[in-house]
Design a protein around this ligand. Sequence first.
Ligand code: ADP
Ligand code: GLC
Length: 484
Amino acid sequence: MSGLKVLSVASEIFPLVKTGGLADVAGALPGALKREGILVRTLVPAYPAVKAKLAEVSTIGEYSDLFGGPARVLAGAAAGLDLFALDAPHLYDRPGNPYLRPDGLDWTDNARRFAALARVGADIGLGAIGPFRPEVVHAHDWQAALAPAYLHFASALRPATVITIHNLAFQGHFPLSTFWELGLPERALTIDGVEYFGGVGYLKAGLRLADGITTVSPTYAREITTPEFGMALDGLLRSRASTLHGILNGIDDVVWNPAADPAVPQNYSALRIDMRARNKTALQNKLGLTPSPDRPLFAVVSRLSHQKGLDLMLSAMPQFVAKGGQFGLLGSGERTLEEGFADAAANRADSIGCVFGYDERLAHLFQAGADFVVVPSRFEPCGLTQLCALRYGATPIVSRVGGLADTVIDANEAATAAGVATGVQFSPTSVEALSSAFDRAFELFHNKESMRRVRLNGMRADVSWRGPARRYAALYRSLAGAAR
Ligand code: ADP
Ligand code: GLC
């Protein structure tokens, strides 16, 4: 039973390249799976940030022409991860964000860049490169989604395939002309293959052709089979419902450990929860806010995008600031949102502080110092910030969607009476509902005993990868064992 080999294919991986939670998952899952007897190697593009860290490097494969230039497959290790890095300078030798040009637009050759990643993933899967021959190829999001398609149309004996949806909003939808560059047989260009609304759909192809589909929470797995959340893929997902699994994400409990976190001024644990107070003061100082233990400090650590519902936060803020609340933001993204938060902070510098940018270390101080972490998403496949918040004793306030619904227990009367509440949920995702969630949070904050209970429940919740890793391991084993 043991020793099953899996090739994970991902376009980002923590701590080497990260734009969001996908990187966290790709970086943490291999370690958790190792404890389940699963050997994972991850194929990633050899961006400069990957190449710079890759050690014990050997070349295990070469292409004279991979989508317009020569390429090598490097095997190596970095940050404790066993990697294959696809070294194709014409595609990946570009610094910064893996998908965007410095001016913020998509690289115009993204269709080629990520078809190449998937193609090589499939070749490794077929045993055509190097000695590692996986029983399962696991593709993450649209960037890797053609790997199951290449494998489906390969004539050789192939491994089982799994695709994970981290975010259905990004689908890799390209013009039809792309198809002729992919090297897939002509019969792949049908509605049961890679064709999608008159073009080519990478994610669509993966969802159609992979043996197993997962997404990152049970609620999101249900939601995406409905028109409201399905982003035009709900019909396809309904037709594959028997192979669609919702497996929650975890967080890396070594990286996120308040008892030994080097990024926070005061380490603490559930037993010494009062020691958090020093971190709150440090965060208030960092944000230029009036340091006060008695004012509830609400925080957001997030990409600034429509998905995250932060425009609602902007609308709800004046009201809770008037009630004595403080707010801190760490985020970057859409300009209009940045401007909105910057204006709000300029008007109420004592109560609102913003840090624009991406700062991994500072994210830890936010989690260790905030009283509440707010995640008002319109949709949220899983969400990791609320998991970090639970572990750090910052109480999550979340919209009741996707993984947020699955990971936070609302402090309603029943849950409070049973002593199991871990946060505040609201629904629908509207300013009114968010505002009443803030009212409930104020009440909770001023009831010291209940607040303490909710914080401790959060810190004791299991947000690790152990349970999820067992589920992935079981899925891999069942797919690898199935006849194809
Ligand atoms: P998504 O992947 O949709 O952005 P998740 O909640 O799954 O949302 O993951 C976001 C990850 O990125 C978390 O680890 C969070 O702490 C981190 N993060 C988001 N924005 C920032 C930021 N500005 N600085 C530091 N970390 C951030
Ligand atoms: C996506 C989703 C987020 C999820 C992450 C990791 O970026 O937006 O909800 O936690 O992927 O799966």
